[in-house]
Design a binder for this molecule. Structure first.
Ligand code: C2G
Length: 135
């Protein structure tokens, strides 16, 4: 069985998130998703709209996802890859090259991001009181 792992915040879950999970699953048989904790996000300077336990519940309901774990630190990826005997590590290409040191332990794949959507854009639009159709 080929095991794949990916990580993300998945705040205000959108089609870009769904697409990467679908394509990650296509690379193997079993997909594990590490969802960033609220505290880990604060370390990265990001405040989430949706708490981590709800983001985990949403991601675990996606049909491509077999298992969800909490991501709490940068060092965790290597430990997870070894613990879960991962074959392929996947991230969007906004992270291109950033996790190449993991190539020592498994395949590392950066998939193209879905154009035109991000949690930041959604938050900006809401703040400006705009909707996509009125833009
Ligand atoms: N993504 C995508 N297309 C978008 C937006 C996001 O393919 N339009 C991908 C990202 O490239 C990432 C995943 O969806 O692989 C999750 O994105 P975020 O929720 O923004 O997570 P991020 O802050 O990148 O968290 O340890 C690393 C972090 O956990 C990564």
């Amino acid at each position: 069985m080929k095991k794949v792992i990916t990580y993300g915040t998945f705040d205000l879950f959108h089609i870009g998130h769904l697409n990467i999970l679908k394509r990650a699953k296509e690379l193997g048989d079993y997909l594990i998703v590490g969802v960033s904790s609220d505290d880990f996000n604060l370390e990265k300077g990001k405040v989430c709209m949706i708490p981590d336990y709800e983001r985990m519940e949403i991601v675990s309901a996606i049909k491509y996802v077999d298992e969800v774990i909490l991501e709490t630190s940068w060092d965790q990826k290597k430990e997870d890859i070894l613990r879960y005997q991962i074959d392929t590590f996947v991230m969007g290409d906004d992270w291109e090259g950033k996790f190449d040191e993991l190539k020592e332990y498994c395949d590392v794949v950066y998939l193209p991001r879905t154009e035109g959507i991000s949690t930041t854009d959604i938050k900006d639009q809401i703040q400006k009181g705009k909707t996509k159709t009125l833009k």
